[in-house]
Design a protein around this ligand. Structure first.
Ligand code: IPM
Ligand code: MN
Length: 361
């Protein structure tokens, strides 16, 4: 039976503790013969020691592994001369070089988790943001114009190929779901500013073309400013939202906040041949090393990883392990067995992991 190699980059800040907790939980669910975690260097701390944020041997191992699991990267003050953060290059180089074009951010309010939105309880919010992850405004990372200290500019790049494939991903995802909670309609909402910029009008036009190939899914449009209101006022209208890179980055944190926060929000950065899974949060250096972080976002990213591997390999063991871990998370939170601090509890990182393992056992 195949054993899956998981390229594992703990990274910076709380990265090591949430990664170790997640490995403990995944091993408890899947056993030791299903997953093999290959520990790899990378991040701002590694850069400080070696000058390399993503060593070539780490990149090669990520390229050759079955999937990538990551904790978090980035340390304040570790920046390039142009002022941009070094740690972020760990993600960005992996995204661009492995072509991880769909950044999938589920927004799901779990039973037992309190939303800041009145009138929404566990199960009342359930949609997915699909963020284009390789171009948009991020295409200008390290390539913008800085002119004599008087002017700076970054270009927004929207390509037909980049938009087609992320829109295709979004429509197929909608076809696989059961529709928006509000009305049961399978729906893809295109988030853009087509009213203002041609590049976003182009993004929308390509999404319209892709929609013609998915007639059972409704297409919907929302400008990036307006959608922030709707995500607060009527989150149950949404099923799948597709957005350009920068807009997706921004609205996905708002979505996370409505479903319990960054500490519970997973992400899967998915390409045709590779995928990276990490919690949506950052490295939280202020609480690093205190066993204070919540591992749940990374654990739920591990669930996404197991399901993605299951889809690729048709291996029932992976789906079974994913379902067991997901159920354990819901049990631990709904029955308040171990509630992490960001969700109003006092449980430490290790205590949440131990509680999940007890439920799994
Ligand atoms: C995210 C983060 C990243 C981004 C950073 C860490 C590069 O904010 O994954 O949402 O800006 O995309
Ligand atoms: Mn972000």
């Amino acid at each position: 039976m195949k054993r899956y190699t998981i390229a594992t980059i703990e990274g910076d800040g709380i990265g090591p503790e949430v990664t170790q907790a997640t490995m403990q939980v995944l091993r408890a669910a899947a056993g030791h013969d299903l997953l093999s975690f290959q520990m790899l260097d990378g991040g701002a701390g590694h850069y400080q020691k070696t000058g390399q944020v993503l060593p070539e041997d780490t990149f090669a191992a990520c390229r050759d592994a079955d999937a990538i699991l990551h904790g978090a990267a980035g340390l304040p003050g570790v920046v390039y001369p142009d002022g941009t953060e070094v740690g972020n290059d760990l993600h960005l180089r992996l995204r661009f070089r492995l072509d991880l074009y769909a950044n999938v951010r589920p927004v799901k309010l779990l039973p037992g988790v309190v939303s800041p939105l009145r009138g929404f309880d566990g199960g009342g919010i359930d949609y997915v943001i699909v963020r284009e992850n390789t171009e948009g405004l991020y295409a200008s990372r390290g390539a913008g114009v800085l002119l004599r200290g008087e002017m700076a500019s970054d270009s927004l790049v929207i390509t037909r190929k980049g938009t087609e494939r992320v829109a295709e991903f979004a429509f197929r995802l909608a076809e696989s779901r059961n529709g928006a909670l509000r009305d049961g309609k399978r729906r893809v909402t295109v988030c853009d500013k087509a009213n203002i910029l041609r590049s976003y009008a182009f993004f929308r036009a390509i999404c319209d073309e892709v929609h013609t190939r998915h007639p059972t899914v409704e297409i919907d449009y929302a400008y990036a400013d307006a959608i922030t209101v709707h995500m607060v006022k009527r989150p149950n209208f949404y099923d799948v939202i597709v957005a350009e890179n920068m807009f997706g980055d921004i609205i996905s944190d708002l979505g996370a906040a409505t479903a319990g926060g960054m500490g519970i929000s997973p992400s899967g950065e998915i390409g045709d041949d590779h995928a990276l899974f990490q919690g949506a949060h950052g490295s939280a250096p202020d609480i690093a090393g205190q066993d204070a972080a919540s591992p749940i976002a990374t654990v739920l990213s591990g669930v996404m990883m197991l399901r993605w591997l299951g889809d690729r390999h048709g291996d029932a063991r992976l789906y079974e392990a994913a379902a067991r871990v997901e159920q354990a998370v819901e049990t631990v939170l709904a029955e308040r067995i171990a509630v992490p601090r960001d969700l109003g509890g006092t449980a430490r990182c290790s205590e949440v992991a131990d509680a999940l393992c007890r439920v799994l056992a």
